[in-house]
Design a protein. Structure first.
Ligand code: P53
Length: 488
């Protein structure tokens, strides 16, 4: 056991983004359409919509959780606003933005690749210009000694694969994903070390995310099985291309506390936590845990496996666990307990915690609890690849006084330090979400901001896109400079 006090010497301080929320340039440089390009904005409690074209040519829309009609294909209606199309325009601002990250002292930067930029249809046709764009971004990061952290797939799929193959319900998509991995692993073999195969793999369920039309749970678990196989194949392939690659999984970790010490409440929490533990068990241990197999049995789901799927999953376990941590939640056996409004999943309100304007419970100690639980369970290096506070920021004379964000980060960083120093957790890095303002994934809003850097744009996409340093920018710079010692 090491006697680390505080953060380890090479701790990866940085920030995180995703292509569909940040990059824009949705048709520039040969990029093909992605499912996310057909999803409109929303608001708090107003779901985002997917627009589609029926076989008879008429246009329709469904909410993200609903299924698309048979034969319908994703469609972009010129009269609506789609936040992914321009997003906050990293595509044209990457040099300026990376210079700002470097000014804060970032050691790493997490971004995702848009699959349809590298391969417009998601098939084996490659768009060199798209690869070149990512190469320029990576070179720009390396110029400042910022380590690129790549999420290979963050919440979208090329529209062509959704339309032609019903997305991840088809095994063909496994091959296309692995082909994409081969292309990028070879291309960036000596420039990128850290990869993540899929963002928040436990949240993948909608047409926009995985391209499947059906909303039946059985189809979703079948698609998830294909995603597990694809991820495991990618891990093996990556290691064969460069044994030094660190290839991780990524889970949305929202620990559920029991509402009370009543055993029924505790058991509800056990069941709820299994929904996220299951995906980690598969990817870290290399097999489906018994409780999940029993759950499939109870629900009457049959997961179709082919040939050596089990062996592939067993051989393709990950090198580290990347996870997002924003909040904790509560499980209760009493259906009449007070609901929490913010989480996208049914849960109950924690009377001991305050929430953000979007109802997400603020729980710094929950991060230490999560780090301990995850490390004890898997003994793998951990990487907090998302954390942050979505809030409305006010610009006053070109300044943004986001003390609420600073106090959120301060409390969470203190708990990470405790987890390292007091609990001996192996934590390799921290990339706060939306380190520069990006479009919200949940609502498509711009006003739900997370950044240290403000971007002048509103919920309709209007604005100069000018970048401004918030108070938290200067604060985070000091945190990084002092390797997490100075949090004032
Ligand atoms: P937004 C829900 C709960 C926890 C994490 O979310 C989530 C979501 C999805 O909304 O997703 C991650 O933008 C995701 C990012 C996303 C970020 O959390 O809804 O990986 O793409 O932007 C924050 O506030």
């Amino acid at each position: 056991m090491t006697t680390t006090k505080g953060f380890p010497k090479n701790f990866l301080w940085g920030g995180a983004t995703a292509a569909n929320q940040y990059e824009g340039g949705y048709l520039s440089g040969g990029k093909g359409l992605s499912t996310l390009d057909a999803i409109t904005g929303g608001a708090y409690k107003v779901p985002r919509k997917v627009t589609f074209k029926r076989q008879d040519g008429s246009i329709g829309e469904v909410t993200r959780e609903e299924s698309l009609p048979d034969g319908a294909v994703g469609y972009i209606d010129e009269n609506r606003y789609y936040p992914s199309h321009a997003a906050t325009d990293f595509y044209h601002h990457y040099k300026e933005d990376i210079a700002l990250f470097a000014e804060m002292g970032f050691k790493c930067f997490r971004l995702s690749f848009a699959w349809s930029r590298i391969s417009p249809k998601g098939t084996d046709e490659i768009n060199e210009e798209g690869l070149q764009f990512y190469e320029s971004v990576i070179d720009e990061l390396l110029k400042y000694s910022i380590e690129p952290i790549i999420t290979i797939n963050h919440f979208d799929i090329p529209m062509y694969l959704a339309d032609q193959y019903d997305g991840w319900s088809s095994r063909k998509v496994i091959d296309y994903y692995v082909f994409l991995c081969e292309v990028i692993f070879k291309r960036f073999k000596n420039k990128v070390k850290y990869w993540m195969t899929f963002n928040e793999i436990n949240f993948l369920r909608s047409w926009a995310q995985i391209g499947i039309r059906s909303s039946e749970p059985q189809s979703k678990f079948q698609a998830l099985h294909h995603i597990f196989v694809a991820s495991a194949k990618a891990v093996q392939l990556g290691h064969s291309i460069n044994p030094k690659f660190k290839i991780g999984m990524m889970v949305a970790y929202i620990p559920a506390y029991p509402m009370s010490c009543r055993p029924e409440d505790v058991y509800e929490a056990v069941k709820r936590n299994r929904q996220q533990e299951f995906v980690m068990d598969v990817q870290c241990r290399g097999y489906y845990p018994n409780y999940q197999l029993k759950e499939f049995e109870r629900q009457g789901f049959e997961i179709v496996k082919e040939g050596d799927d089990d062996a592939i999953i067993a051989a393709g376990t990950v090198d580290y666990i990347g996870f997002s941590y924003y909040m904790s939640t509560v499980a209760s056996s009493d259906p009449n307990a007070e609901r929490s409004e913010g989480n996208q999943v049914l849960a109950y309100k924690n009377p001991y915690l305050n929430t953000s304007e979007w109802g997400w419970a603020i729980d710094p100690l929950g991060l230490r609890i999560s780090l301990s639980q995850l490390y004890d369970r898997y003994h793998l290096p951990l990487f907090v690849v998302e954390n942050g506070f979505g809030a409305v920021d006010k610009v006053e004379d070109g300044e943004i006084h986001d003390d609420y964000r600073i106090s959120y980060f301060k409390a969470h960083i203190e708990e990470m330090r405790n987890a390292i120093t007091e609990d001996g957790v192996d934590l390799i890095g921290y990339t706060p979400w939306g380190c520069i303002d990006v479009v919200s994934s949940g609502t498509g809003e711009m006003k739900k901001r997370y950044g240290f850097i403000y971007v002048d744009m509103d919920d309709k996409g209007n604005g100069s896109l000018k970048r401004l340093r918030k108070d938290s920018f200067y604060w985070y710079k000091k945190v990084i400079e002092s390797n997490g010692e100075n949090l004032e």
